[in-house]
Design a protein around this ligand. Structure first.
Ligand SMILES: NC(=O)c1ccc[n+]([C@@H]2O[C@H](COP(=O)([O-])OP(=O)(O)OC[C@H]3O[C@@H](n4cnc5c(N)ncnc54)[C@H](O)[C@@H]3O)[C@@H](O)[C@H]2O)c1
Length: 463
């Protein structure tokens, strides 16, 4: 099928490349010229395992193109994905101005055959109908600029814009760091809308994925497809992220109690996770959640509830537990080192989770700010940030090029991001290079006994 994906960030580029990989004919549109230039040259502007490879293969097969020309994308696609960002406003509300600009732009270029416009961006409840309205506005604005056939001012001589379309909500559940894998192996596909024609086209688009033709385990039953109304699909996305964030805040709260009573939260999590009603995922205690989705989506849901006269108390608590949790590492450092003024703290990891280059709302940023405020010098090593231009955008932290340089002269280390390679660093050597060999394991990722053998004072979260 002919597909246009507008916005080529973590969601749009992965969606476009994966749809091209399974045989569709894709144009990706972005208004960032530099990004488009990079992508045309076969380079991914973001780090996501496996993405460059499928992108390059799709370029070679002639199944994907990149452009800044929205008009070209709109006339190409039978299915038009909106995948631009919806960042948070200071009020917690989501900033939908990019979605609005794209919807208006689609209206300004829409003409000819039937199209399905897909909201892939995470958008506030009710956005499906709102996007339809903006697209119609875009069409009406273009209609006004048209010159009547044969000149003159007669309305009846105006050329008619024929545009038939439906809007579908198709929320995205991929996880950064395994986005390509998740796209080919989804737990479910949610399609919200009331047009059987549009739903049928979406099912045809996703058929190879639904039938698990590109899945790791092809013997699994087909991917469940949940067809809902627009608002329910929009709500499913917010509710899923709010639930996961709350689950982490829950185990973090349990970890803080474990710390006080002398229990080990990793054993507690195992014990409760074996209960099939609870499940073992998202039960890792640590220094809290962050990233581009959980904080903004839970804030947007709280804001929506507020707009409709409901105070979302549980969600607000999940947020405040998380805010406090981000500073647990500072408390533990103060406990171990007492005064932090004049001390040097090394952060292992900066990105909000491993296998991504995304720094949006990363807990590391909160830590850097607070440690600086307390007069500590902050250094960091991160497998991605240390090797990329991202380091230039960071203030208040000296980004080192390897773990041993990081350890050199530090009074303590904090493991912030659980990059797999942090399991196998030369910790005995690092301990020797430090002023005080203290490590706060902010993700309960390391083996405490091994760290003690390496010469460290090991401090976990709730263990
Ligand atoms: N990142 C995730 O893990 C994730 C997961 C699920 C859902 N989402 C949702 O998907 C949406 C996109 O997130 P993202 O992380 O991919 O965002 P992003 O910021 O990485 O990418 C957005 C892209 O849109 C482009 N853009 C902005 N305005 C444009 C316009 N008018 N025309 C063309 N391109 C334009 C930007 O240049 C950028 O490349 C958000 O609503 C987000 O909440 C994200």
């Amino acid at each position: 099928m002919r597909v246009c994906v507008i916005g080529t960030g973590y969601v749009g580029l992965v969606t476009g490349a994966c749809l091209a990989h399974i045989g569709h004919d894709v144009i990706c549109v972005d208004n960032n010229e530099e990004k488009v230039k990079l992508m045309k040259a076969g380079q991914s502007p973001i780090f996501e395992p496996g993405l460059s490879e499928i992108m390059q293969a799709a370029i070679q097969a002639g199944r994907i193109e990149f452009t800044t020309d929205l008009g070209a994308g709109v006339s190409h696609g039978e299915i038009l994905f909106i995948a631009v960002g919806t960042p948070p406003l200071p009020t917690g509300e989501s900033d939908t101005r990019y979605v609005e600009a794209v919807a208006r732009g689609i209206g300004a270029h829409l003409n000819g055959g039937y199209k399905v416009i897909v909201n892939k961006s995470t958008v506030p409840i009710g956005s499906g109908d709102w996007v339809r309205m903006i697209v119609l506005d875009g069409i009406a604005e273009r209609q006004k600029t048209l010159v009547p056939v044969g000149g003159g001012r007669a309305q009846e001589n105006l050329p008619e814009i024929t545009a038939e379309f439906d809007v579908i909500s198709n929320p995205e559940f991929l996880r950064e760091g395994s986005a390509v894998y998740d796209t080919f192996n989804p737990d479910r596909i949610v399609l919200g809308g009331n047009s059987p024609r549009a739903i049928a086209m979406m099912q045809e688009l996703y058929a190879p994925i639904i039938e698990r033709r590109y899945a790791e385990d092809k013997s699994l039953p087909p991917v469940p497809v949940l067809v809902t109304d627009l608002s329910s699909a929009e709500m499913i996305k917010y509710a899923a992220n709010a639930f996961l964030a709350t689950k982490i805040s829950f185990i973090n709260e349990v970890a803080n109690i474990c710390d006080r009573v002398g229990a080990d939260v990793t054993q507690v999590a195992k014990g409760i996770g074996l209960d099939s009603r609870i499940g073992n995922k998202f039960l890792n205690a640590g220094i809290g959640w962050g990233g581009s989705c959980f904080p903004k989506d839970i804030a947007a849901l709280i804001h929506t509830a507020d707009d409709y006269g409901y105070e979302a108390q549980l969600l607000k608590s999940a947020v405040s537990v998380n805010q406090r949790q981000r500073l647990i590492a500072v408390e533990k450092l103060q406990h171990a080192l007492k005064i932090l003024k004049g001390k040097t703290i090394g952060l292992l990891g900066l990105t909000f989770k491993p296998d991504t280059d995304d720094m949006r709302d990363a807990p590391a940023l909160t830590l850097i700010e607070h440690l600086n405020r307390l007069g500590a010098k902050v250094k960091a090593y991160d497998p991605i940030v240390s090797q990329s231009g991202l380091r230039d955008g960071l203030t208040g932290v000296l980004v080192e090029t390897d773990p041993e340089r990081l350890a050199d002269g530090c009074d303590a280390l904090v493991l912030v991001t659980e990059w797999q390679q942090f399991q196998n660093l030369d910790y005995p050597q690092m301990a020797k290079l430090m002023n005080h060999a203290v490590i706060v394991d902010g993700r309960n990722f390391l083996d405490p006994e091994k760290m003690v053998r390496a010469g460290f004072q090991y401090i976990g979260v709730g263990r």
